[in-house]
Design a protein around this ligand. Structure first.
Ligand code: NAD
Length: 259
């Protein structure tokens, strides 16, 4: 399917690996020029170069922490006037509700709620002025069903979801859509680190932890960054202009709910 967005420009945050990289690749395959971002310069430049040579699109790579004011300013300078924004950042660490301090909550809110909001605030006006834009926020299945050990994530992402629900309806008249993608378990470094934290806590091997988690997913496997990216590409396409303020769950059937 031709996504109809060849020649457009996108900022994809936190995209040197994992789900962000999957989104960057899908957009590049559709002919979209990219501003890619991640904290580590080396992995980011390697990913950017691979995308340039594979898809022949322009890629600017900005190594910066997207959750800091200074990092965001550098990224936004390079991303001025983009048509598409994909927000992403690392998720908060797991833990126990008894241990989280105010500082832990502020960090999680900064990374997974206030950073995407700041990026939207900076880039939505240009999209609205030009009469076309797409925003996709990578959140989590924890928005639909809480993951007890990820209370910091449950809280921050629920806040972002509420903000998007209202804002998406305010920018839609100008041809701009905002939607969220909710990953269930995907085979990325993040999943690996959550599995190893469970393995450590329960005194089992990481393979055992992974097998137990796989058994809870009706599709009986982890998702891939490629299939996640394909959905992102579609939401950013010309065909998705009537999809507004939605929360798209990609979880292999993991959350047992009718709606
Ligand atoms: P990952 O650890 O595989 O990759 C994270 C990417 O983000 C890397 O490119 C890293 O360099 C970059 N990054 C992290 N923090 C950053 C920051 N502050 N500034 C700039 N770049 C930063 O993670 P992933 O599995 O791709 O997950 C992406 C998001 O989706 C995370 O927020 C995660 O919590 C969420 N999520 C993932 C899963 C899963 O199963 N993989 C499930 C639910 C939610």
């Amino acid at each position: 399917m031709d996504l109809g967005i060849s020649g457009k420009r996108a900022l994809v945050c936190a995209s040197s690996r994992g789900l962000g990289l999957g989104c960057a690749e899908a957009l590049a395959e559709a002919g979209v020029d990219l501003v890619m971002n991640a904290r580590g310069a080396e992995a980011l430049e390697a990913a950017a170069e691979r995308i340039r040579t594979t898809y022949g699109v322009k890629v600017d790579a900005i190594a910066a922490d997207i959750t800091t004011d200074a990092g965001r300013a550098r990224v936004l300078e390079a991303a001025h006037g983009v048509d598409i924004l994909v927000t992403n950042a690392g998720g908060p660490p797991p833990g126990m509700w008894t241990d989280w301090t105010r500082d832990d909550f502020i960090k999680a809110l900064d990374a997974n709620m206030l950073t995407p909001i700041a990026l939207m605030k900076a880039l939505l006006p240009g999209m609205m002025e030009r009469g076309w834009g797409r925003v996709v926020n990578i959140t989590s299945q924890s928005v639909k069903a809480p993951i007890p050990a990820l209370g910091l994530s449950n809280s921050a992402r629920a806040g972002l979801t509420g903000y998007v629900a209202g804002t998406a309806r305010q920018v839609a008249p100008q041809g701009v859509t905002i939607n969220n993608m909710l990953p269930g378990i995907h085979a990325t470094d993040r999943a690996q680190s959550l599995d190893s934290s469970v393995a450590q806590k329960e005194g089992i091997t990481i393979e055992e932890a992974r097998a137990r988690r796989t058994a809870t997913i009706p599709a009986r496997r982890y998702g891939t960054a490629q299939e996640f990216g394909a959905m992102c590409g579609f939401l950013c396409s010309q065909h998705a202009g009537f999809i507004v303020g939605q929360n798209i769950l990609l979880d292999g059937g993991g959350i047992n709910a009718t709606l």
